[in-house]
Design a protein around this ligand. Sequence first.
Ligand code: SAM
Ligand code: SF4
Length: 327
Amino acid sequence: MQAPTDKYGRRFEKLRVSLTNACNFNCIYCVGHDHLSGKLNRPANELSLTKGKKLNATEYKACISAIHEVSPLKQVRFTGGEPMLNPHLMQLIQHCKELGIADVGLTTNAWYLAPKLNDLLAANIDSLNISLDGIDDDVINKMAGISKAHQVKETIIMACETGLPVKINAVIMKGKNEDQILPLLEFCRKHNIKLRYIEFMEMGDYHTTKHKYTVSQDEILNTIAQRYNFKKQDRTTNSTANYWTLDQGGTFGIIANHSAPFCKDCNRLRLDSTGKLYGCLSANEGLDMLQNMHSKELLYNTLKTTLSQKQEVAFTGSSISMKFIGG
Ligand code: SAM
Ligand code: SF4
């Protein structure tokens, strides 16, 4: 059986697996207006905050194996919520490697990362994406709703020292952290880290904010141009980011969901922590995986329907925030 494709020839080759919709951080762009108004005061590390059914390790493994059989995967990336809150992370990474999936990565806020670096290496993780929305401690603390920004930066440096490929994801929001665009670039050049700025996506409570907080790709480039000269690289097929090479050394990327959308060759599928499949971040509803995974034909048809959630051109916003769908 051939993998399901849509009318544009798109197929699922990269799977994002959300290991929980709980998180110990309260990032301003992810948890929404409660945070902005200062109303949210959640205890850290509260797995009980998880909403809905929680897939167990056996179910996660069965879901990943079944998807890989019907639509062979080149990449699995564990995310959330904060995926390091899930105690089964290491065995799930190992499971993906045993299935022969070439690229198995983790997207994390790095809070629990330092003591787990050796376990991740032993599990054969291929790469780490770490969220960091500034360099000044007070900006990081405000953006992430935490109080120990320095711990995150120290952990990022430790992660780089393991030799694992590390990328930093930085969401830039109008009026919040635009002044961190250049400091982030300096930090990443110094530590040889691949930096990707992310255009803010209107999700969850921000679904209707009409670009009030968006800092566009051009605005990010204009800021970088104040200090650097750079050239655009050719875009790699299926890449979410555009990349530039700095004349002064180093590179940076921008994930420009609004200004330079990449839907036309998007090959990503998302599985949330309750067992729902999403073919697109713009989708407001997921399809049930657990009920449809036991027959190849049923799963094929489910993936085909999930593919039809993909946008033709650009992300259109979603009422579900990233922490629930899996970023
Ligand atoms: N907790 C982990 C972390 O923060 O890296 C993984 C989950 S988080 C939802 C995954 C990614 O989504 C992060 O890089 C975060 O910056 C990004 N993200 C969350 N909400 C976003 C939004 N509204 N717009 C753009 N990126 C967003
Ligand atoms: Fe948590 Fe990641 Fe969302 Fe921040 S972006 S609140 S760390 S899930």
